[in-house]
Design a protein around this ligand. Structure first.
Ligand code: SAM
Length: 412
């Protein structure tokens, strides 16, 4: 939120920070991004939608005044719902039904604000990508005769990354190698462009780092998806069904698009799966890719969410509490403390979810802020609310609300 925003008092569960939030580069609302990498039916995104709508409205009123953008992100209030879906909310899940439901609920939410809203696209992706055949890939590449080698390199690298592992979904760091590949090609293309047209800044010169790659990648992705579509139709005309190959390749490109970005806010209530319940492939995948968090899927998701957070990004999660105490998560804790400041934590403990019985599921909800300034990080004082002794979800909510009131009085 903008530091001069009037929206704070209306946010019932906004935890006051003891030292306030550090200053950040001010950006128009349309540039703020939020992702849930295990979005399910997007409950977090739906709540964020309402706040973002208020932020767009406030910006419309205050744009042009000191400290606010010269021009608002949208020209009229009626453009807000489509702008939120197209610019701000991102989601990924391995469950296709959940992704479809998320798209539908966001669409209905937007239509409720403006029946005439024209929603052109959304930023949701299903990460249940299955390895496609290398023979089909070879045929596609021969048939399309791409002039730019990046297309072939990208698809081959993606296919390698997918390996034979399914169901790792958002934990697959599909962007890691692709990032340097895309960046290298972007640089070559820019050099060629400069040699031809001179040294004026190119299309992506104003952006930086990963955002620049994401912009360039968007262009490549559009062309590849069109080529895949063409290949599917052409094969069908010849009586050859290539829907599986083109479908999975397209899916992987969409997932890659979302993972090439870094976000202002990463939110998740990730899946839990202890090592005992994993199959051998999944356990081996975590051993290799998330050694600091291999004991449970939720812990690997903490690592993954942390890396998706941008330069001053926040990570807000509700997870099992064990990563805070168990010695096997020491590296995970150290890694977090070396990168993030803990802004708030509500340690909810057992019985936080009415539908989960017993003492086994002990949870904690927290917000971390990526903090590159080491002094600010180490001197940070978080706000912690201990709710472990409240016996059920209702009692925890009441205790949380009382703690918030007390904090507001102290800080007034
Ligand atoms: C506890 S639910 C999250 C619910 C969500 N916050 C909502 O609003 O509905 C966990 C979600 O993680 C998804 N999931 C499980 N494994 C995943 C993976 N490896 N990658 C991405 N999503 C995954 C499940 O399909 C499920 O929707």
């Amino acid at each position: 939120m903008h530091p001069d925003s009037d929206l704070g008092p209306a946010l019932r569960y906004l935890v006051p920070l003891s030292a306030g939030a550090p200053p950040e580069r001010l950006r128009p609302v349309r540039e703020l991004s939020l992702v849930d990498p295990a979005c399910g039916t997007m409950h977090f995104g739906l709540v964020a939608f309402d706040l973002l709508a208020e932020m767009y409205r406030e910006e419309l009123v205050r744009a042009g005044t000191p400290g606010w953008p010269l021009k608002a992100s949208v020209d009229t209030e009626s453009e807000i719902p489509a702008a939120i879906i197209e610019n701000n909310i991102f989601g990924i899940d391995i469950d296709l039904r959940a992704v479809q439901l998320s798209a539908l609920t966001l669409y209905l939410k937007a239509k409720r604000l403006n029946k005439m809203a024209k929603i052109r696209d959304h930023n949701l992706a299903c990460a249940d990508v299955m390895p496609f055949s290398t023979a089909d890939l070879g045929r596609f590449i021969i048939q399309m005769r791409f002039s730019n080698p990046i297309f072939e390199k990208m698809l081959r690298r993606i296919r390698e990354q997918l390996g034979d592992i399914q169901q790792v979904g958002s934990l697959l760091r599909i962007e890691r190698e692709l990032q340097s590949l895309v960046e290298e090609q972007r640089r070559k293309d820019e050099q060629k462009r400069q040699a031809k047209y001179g040294t004026a800044p190119g299309l992506f010169a104003a952006q930086d780092g990963i955002e620049m790659e994401a912009g360039y990648y968007g262009m490549l992705e559009t062309q590849l998806v069109q080529a895949l579509d063409f290949f599917r139709q052409q094969s069908a005309n010849e009586g050859d069904d290539k829907r599986f190959f083109t479908g999975e390749a397209t899916k992987s490109l969409r997932v890659l698009d979302l993972f090439l970005r870094r976000y202002d806010v990463v939110l998740a209530n990730p899946p839990y799966m202890s090592r005992r319940s994993m199959n051998d492939e999944m356990a081996a995948f975590l051993d290799t890719n998330y050694p600091e968090a291999k004991g449970d899927l939720y812990a690997a998701f903490i690592s993954r969410c942390a890396e998706l957070a941008g330069e001053t990004g926040r990570v807000g999660m509700i997870t099992q509490q064990s990563f805070m105490f168990i010695s096997s998560y020491e590296k995970l804790r150290l890694g977090l403390l070396q990168t993030f400041a803990i802004e708030t934590m509500a340690h909810t403990g057992p019985h936080a979810f009415p539908e989960i019985q017993g003492e086994k599921v002990n949870t904690t909800a927290f917000v971390l802020r990526r903090e590159t300034d080491a002094a600010r990080r180490t001197q940070n004082v978080g706000t912690y609310i201990r709710l472990v002794h409240a016996p059920d979800a209702d009692a925890k909510r009441v205790a949380f609300e009382q703690a918030l009131e007390a904090l507001k009085v102290i800080q007034a």
